[in-house]
Design a protein around this ligand. Structure first.
Ligand code: WA2
Length: 269
């Protein structure tokens, strides 16, 4: 550690780790808030207006021009709630047939969540029933019962195959009261707005700009289940064999999930 005292080295590690955790949490928070506002925009301009004031072109243009507000997301998309009895009508009106995340024809289900609007950067989501993916489906169900931002487990994203997490907000009919019950929420759900935090490339990009980045190794974990932490960012590592390790708490805004950042010094040859 360049001959500095152990105390000084530890102090420096703590401050670099806390700085990174604060920055990441801040960027997550800004992004989540902006996606929340987009969900309200869809509720207002797609459902309160007849005919809808939003179509794919308008959505792509607006979300593209506001992407600076969502630096850690690779894009946003809107999936509409469609019941089985509405499927035939929906598909003929749209002029396309929904498919699954595996690019197959969507088999019959009670309900679906096909993407009808997508930012250009995630155009590969168009026409996919997001309920056909396990992580996305869990998010959709939890988003609509809570009315809050929800995050998935870390998993490999469609398109990039990068490690990341998906953020989902339910979009409700505009008349839903603030104090609605769970049943009222589910009933008033008209779709889902969300996107993926591409942690593998966008967090890398964020951290690479900070001083001291060469000196330390940063990991982010989902520690919701304390006995089996899941890597969300950084190289696999055996933290218990490291002499100096600092753990910084992270709050990404989903109270159901726990995340933390662990920092250590890079091994010097
Ligand atoms: N967005 C981007 N890449 C993904 C993904 C996703 N979901 N799922 C797997 N790879 C439209 O919850 C609604 C976005 C899901 C929203």
């Amino acid at each position: 550690l360049r001959g500095e005292s152990l105390d000084r080295a530890e102090e420096r590690l703590v401050s670099m780790c806390e700085e990174r955790a604060r920055m990441l949490q801040e960027q997550f928070g800004v992004t989540v808030n902006h996606v929340h506002a987009l969900a309200i925009l869809i509720s207002t301009f797609h459902y309160e207006k007849f005919p809808s004031a939003i179509d794919q072109e308008t959505f792509a243009k607006y979300t593209g021009r506001t992407s600076f507000e969502r630096l850690l997301l690779n894009g946003v998309a809107f999936a509409q709630r469609v019941f089985h009895h509405e499927r035939e009508m929906f598909e003929s009106q749209q002029g396309w047939i929904m498919n699954t995340m595996k690019r197959e024809l969507a088999p019959p289900q009670i309900e679906y969540a096909p993407v009808i609007f997508s930012q250009d950067t995630v155009s590969y989501l168009a026409h996919i029933d997001m309920m056909s993916g396990e992580e996305d489906r869990e998010n959709i169900l939890r988003a609509r019962t809570t009315g809050k931002a929800v995050l998935t487990n870390p998993f490999r994203l469609l398109g990039s195959n990068h490690l990341g997490v998906v953020l989902t907000f339910a979009v409700y009919r505009p008349d839903l009261p603030d104090d609605a019950s769970v049943e009222q929420r589910v009933e008033a759900t008209i779709g889902y707005l969300g996107g993926a935090f591409d942690v593998e490339s966008l967090v890398e990009n964020l951290l690479s700009k900070l001083a001291g980045n060469q000196d330390i190794v940063v990991n982010v974990y989902d520690v919701t289940n304390a006995s089996e932490a899941m890597v969300l960012y950084g190289p696999p590592s055996l933290d218990d064999q490291v002499p100096l390790l600092h753990v910084s708490m992270l709050d990404f805004g989903d109270p159901f999930r726990k995340h933390e950042m662990r920092c250590r010094y890079r091994e010097k040859p």
